[in-house]
Design a protein around this ligand. Structure first.
Ligand SMILES: Cc1cc2nc3c(=O)[nH]c(=O)nc-3n(C[C@H](O)[C@H](O)[C@H](O)COP(=O)(O)O)c2cc1C
Length: 295
């Protein structure tokens, strides 16, 4: 038992009691730790505005790639996104000094000019072609961010737009920008996780709570449950989804490949399939390649 567990109260045997359903129940009636985004948009004066938003989450994840932001009505972010249709969701790593400033950026009722005087971040142009700041639609992004989603308002998909607060903004993700280290980390097999700050939200009318994550760790997914080809199928169809897809039967043929080599083997097959104009790798194709290797 670690020293912190020693001081932590064990509530297992306590009774459950009702927590009143208040507005903003996730922070006023319960506990909801999560990441948050620093949303950059262009103000009417053409300046980049930063608004912190905890209620920022993946919405459509397969096919459509969208995020949802829930914002109080009339925030700078709400008005700017509706006027310009564009925004960038910036994610930063943990820095206690900057978190204090983020609380300042999250104080309602300030104009962009007022709040940005105490902005701790460096605003830079997006490296995406055609997306440099133009003082009208495209906001700057934060140099300190490790990850940025560049988005466009999805006007075809309004959610309960009944004129009442809050606003549910559905945003199409047009680009995901990652700092090199974090892009490589995904491409070459994830070895580490960014040290993202976590917020527990606004409480007691006066305090914004945050925490720092401890060392991330992983468990292997079970190898003795479900079909053996499942994880191969998963990986195979994410390597080059636009050009080459694998059938389940094809992946069954590959279950004998030792795990550390599977990615290399899959990449080899994809390369070959592309050279030969094959869009779907099936059982027959894998058997053919295998035979050629052995002969
Ligand atoms: C860490 C943090 C998270 C926040 N999350 C939200 C949120 O999810 N939705 C919201 O409406 N306001 C949220 N706020 C409050 C907004 O930041 C606040 O309304 C601010 O005025 C928005 O800035 P803007 O007017 O420039 O868009 C949050 C504030 C902080 C500090």
């Amino acid at each position: 038992m670690g020293i912190f567990n020693f001081f932590r109260k064990d509530t297992t045997n306590e009774p459950f009691v009702d927590s009143p359903l208040r507005d903003n129940w996730y922070q006023a009636s319960s506990y909801w730790p999560s990441s948050f985004a620093l949303v950059t948009t262009v103000s009417e004066d053409g300046e980049t505005n930063i608004g912190p938003y905890q209620l920022t989450f993946p919405f459509e994840v397969i096919g459509g790639r969208t995020m949802m932001i829930i914002s109080r009505q009339g925030s700078n972010t709400d008005l700017n996104v509706k006027r310009t249709q564009k925004c960038a969701l910036n994610f930063v790593e943990f820095n206690k000094r900057d978190l204090k400033k983020i609380v300042g950026l999250g104080y309602p009722g300030q104009t962009t000019e007022e709040k940005m005087q105490d902005n701790p971040y460096t605003l830079v142009d997006s490296p995406t072609p055609g997306r440099a700041s133009d003082g009208q639609r495209f906001p700057k992004i934060l140099k300190e961010a490790f990850q940025v989603y560049e988005c466009k308002l999805d006007v075809d998909q309004p959610i309960r737009d009944d004129g009442k607060t809050p606003e549910y903004l559905i945003l199409n993700i047009e680009n995901i920008l990652l700092k090199e280290t974090w892009a490589k980390n995904i491409e070459q097999g994830t070895n580490k996780m960014p040290n993202m700050p976590i917020t527990f939200g606004f409480r007691d009318g006066a305090r914004f709570w945050f925490t720092e994550i401890k060392r991330p760790f992983w468990f292997p997914t079970p190898t003795d449950k479900g079909p053996k080809e499942e994880s191969i199928l998963y990986e195979a169809n994410r390597l080059d989804p636009e050009n080459v897809q694998f059938t389940r039967e094809a992946c069954k043929q590959l279950t004998g490949v030792p795990r550390p080599f599977i990615k290399t083997v899959l990449k080899g097959i994809i390369k070959r399939a592309k050279e030969e104009g094959v869009a779907e790798v099936d059982e027959e194709y894998v058997i053919k390649i295998n035979k050629e290797r052995q002969s």
